[in-house]
Design a protein around this ligand. Structure first.
Ligand code: ASP
Ligand code: MG
Length: 405
């Protein structure tokens, strides 16, 4: 029998009606003969509400007490989901992180899953009981509660699926992964299947459907994922399979266009090429947990000097600039805001050397200038003006044939 871990996000458990509907999808899958385990997020808005309450006392994400408060959100929804399943005649039982346990390391508010003991769940599954695990939480070796970072229930689900040898179905409010954001391009199409790598790049470049770390985990452990809608009737959501690249029959060059607004560019000008400036800069930013992207280093006009440019999220700009100015005296640091990042992602980019040029041409034809361009094996990102995002997304979507998907 196929084992499935079904994860329901906040909107899928956002009210009594939504919990009943999601429980119905689990019951339907169980009736089809799938062995089901469930993982739930807190009810929609609950995590923000609890964060706000902790904030009233000056405690933010990263405070151990905040974690204790936050974990209650998933505690509530796991019990309610078990009750809803029971209402439908299934045998179900909730489990909190400490009951398996889910062991974590790393700081409060951003813990990582170090291991998961599923022996209790194996027993429960054998007895025909549907376990409902509270997502987003685990404990330290000492038994303290930890949460996994925003969106962390996806990671709980991927880790549980790996431990149980199951497929990981992520139920959300959209019917799968789309070629781009349908709010910008109404012609966006649902992808039948996408590789872990492509999904990882899309998530990292701004697509919000799956948490990045959960896809990393699924990729490393070979867990097949499926993105489905919990807002459709049982059997109606077609969804998107997130699988190993070799499991994908359909060949495309580009699978999706992602974007992220509110980016900023930092430039370090004329630094000595002999110094370890780049290494020091990125180590400093990494230690401060500031995400850096699209790094470009080039020879400057003055012999022996280089220019380094990179992008950061606008919200991190002030912090990044203050940090670098303090630690890198004498380096000329400037910045630009009002930028956005648009990216094309596709496993087929590996075989194409000319795509960077064609991307320049497509954007150029639409009067969009590129500030910085960065490529990886299966992704090309361009830093452009915020105002040009919608035009750029539509132009690239059409140019790479995604309106045919
Ligand atoms: N409830 C947590 C959050 O909102 C975890 C999750 O939903 O994945 O970030
Ligand atoms: Mg989520």
């Amino acid at each position: 029998m196929t084992r499935v871990v079904a994860k329901f996000g906040g909107t899928s458990v956002g009210s009594v009606e939504r919990i009943r509907h999601s429980a119905g999808l689990v019951a339907d899958a169980a009736a089809r003969g799938e062995t089901m385990a469930v993982v739930v997020s807190a009810m929609a808005g609950e995590t923000d509400r609890i964060l706000g309450l902790a904030g009233e006392f000056g405690a933010g994400l990263g405070d151990a007490e905040t974690d204790v408060a936050l974990a209650a959100g998933e505690q509530v929804s796991s019990a309610l989901m078990a009750l809803a399943l029971r209402e439908l005649g299934l045998n179900a039982r909730s489990f909190l992180g400490w009951q398996l346990p889910v062991i974590t390391d790393g700081p409060p508010g951003a813990a990582r899953i170090a291991g998961m003991d599923v022996s209790v769940l194996e027993t429960v599954l054998e007895q025909g009981i549907v376990p409902v695990l509270a997502g987003f939480q685990g404990i330290t070796g000492e038994g303290d509660v930890r949460t996994l970072g925003r969106g962390g229930t996806d990671l709980s689900a991927a880790a549980l699926a790996a431990a149980l040898g199951a497929r990981c179905d992520i139920y959300t409010d959209v019917d799968g992964v789309y070629t781009t954001d349908p709010r910008i391009e109404p012609g966006a199409g649902r992808l039948e299947a996408i590789s872990h790598d492509e999904m990882l790049e899309l998530a990292a470049q701004g697509a919000k459907v799956l948490q990045t770390r959960s896809v990393e985990f699924a990729k490393a452990r070979g867990v097949p994922m499926r993105v489905l809608s919990s807002f459709l009737a049982a059997g109606e959501s077609r969804g998107t399979d997130v699988v190993k690249e070799t499991g994908i029959a359909e060949r495309r060059i580009v699978s999706g266009v992602a974007y992220a607004r509110d980016q900023a560019r930092i430039a370090l000008l004329g630094a000595s090429s002999r110094s370890d400036l780049a290494a020091r800069t990125f180590a400093l930013l990494a230690d401060a947990e500031i995400g850096v992207d699209m790094i470009v280093q080039a020879q400057a006009r003055t012999p022996g000097t280089v220019n380094i440019e990179f992008s950061v999220a606008h919200r991190d700009l002030d912090r990044a600039q203050a940090l670098l100015e303090g630690e890198l005296p004498g380096v000329d640091i400037s910045s630009e805001t009002g930028l956005a990042k648009v990216s094309i992602v596709g496993a087929g980019l590996r075989q194409r050397a000319d795509v960077a040029r064609s991307l320049f041409a497509v954007l150029g034809d639409h009067g969009i200038s590129v500030r910085v361009l960065a490529t990886s094996e299966i992704k090309i990102s361009a830093l452009i003006e915020n105002d040009a995002v919608e035009r750029a997304v539509r132009a690239l979507h059409a140019a790479y044939g995604l309106d045919q998907v």
